[in-house]
Design a binder for this molecule. Structure first.
Ligand code: ADP
Ligand code: ADP
Length: 236
């Protein structure tokens, strides 16, 4: 199933000003629900800009972005936010967990923001996701009582609580040691298979990119390579 399609997507900043700059120069890309894809490229190539576009955090200057078949360029902020909330999960380099909340409450956050008090089913799903990431026993801990890897696993569970069709991760392991980073990629892979949730992950680490099924390379605001490959083992 097609989750995402970009057609001739362009993005400029500072439009109409002397420092106007086009950062994405017509990106075409298709992402399927089965995809577990790495987005790589040199610093400044436009990865964050592209991720902001795909995450519906910002609108394109030209071209079109379809999420689940819906064109999004003409959407107003409200519609964009609603579509994002229902269909996209985010994991960042820094987990952005709320320090005053327990792991379980953090996982429930996206639902509570959208709908208020979580129902029984949502609570069960949150506990299930914490179990899936190996943190069943840590549901009542605050973030500062968890290791960096555990915090990032809570952030992954939080990103999945709304059952997104697409999980976007921006350098989710940038802050973690090699073994913990490989574990996080294993988890992403498992959710990709288990939930049929497309995963797109920005990484600087070629070894981690090799553990994905597809590597999309961005250079100077253009897709410079898009290869499907058999996943290499992180510990190979
Ligand atoms: P990457 O994530 O690959 O490092 P970015 O998307 O952050 O690349 O940046 C790509 C280019 O766009 C850079 O030259 C950067 O300076 C520029 N850029 C990014 N965001 C803005 C912005 N808000 N205003 C102006 N230029 C920007
Ligand atoms: P069903 O078609 O019966 O909903 P799924 O395979 O879609 O079965 O889901 C199985 C379980 O995984 C359900 O409990 C569902 O809530 C959960 N689930 C499905 N997709 C996601 C997702 N993207 N993120 C988190 N949980 C999910």
């Amino acid at each position: 199933r097609e989750v995402l399609r970009l057609e001739g997507l362009r993005k400029s900043y500072n439009i109409g000003q002397p420092n106007e700059v086009e950062v994405l120069h017509g990106v075409d890309l298709c992402v399927d629900s089965a995809d577990f894809a790495a987005l790589v490229g040199p610093s400044g190539s436009g990865k964050s800009t592209l991720l902001n576009q795909i995450g519906l955090l910002d609108s394109p200057t030209d071209g079109e972005l379809y999420l689940l078949g819906k064109p999004t360029r003409e959407m107003d902020d409200e519609a964009r936010t609603a579509l994002r909330g229902r269909n996209i999960g985010f994991v960042f380099q820094f987990h952005h967990l709320i320090g005053a909340f327990t792991a379980l409450e953090n996982v429930l956050m996206p639902v509570m923001v959208a709908r208020g008090k979580p129902d029984r089913e949502t609570l069960d799903r949150a506990r299930g996701l914490l179990a899936d990431v190996g943190l069943e026993k840590y549901a009542d801990r605050k973030p500062d009582q968890l290791s960096g890897g555990q915090q990032q696993r809570v952030a992954i569970a939080r990103a999945l609580i709304t059952r997104p069709a697409l999980l976007l991760a921006d350098e989710p392991t940038g802050n973690l040691d090699t073994k913990t980073a490989a574990d996080v990629f294993e988890l992403l892979r498992r959710f990709n298979a288990q939930f049929g949730c497309a995963v797109l992950v920005v990484t600087h680490d070629p070894r981690l990119a090799d553990t994905c099924d597809r590597t999309i390379t961005l250079v100077d605001g253009r897709i410079d390579g898009d290869e499907r490959h058999d996943a290499a083992r992180a510990d190979a």
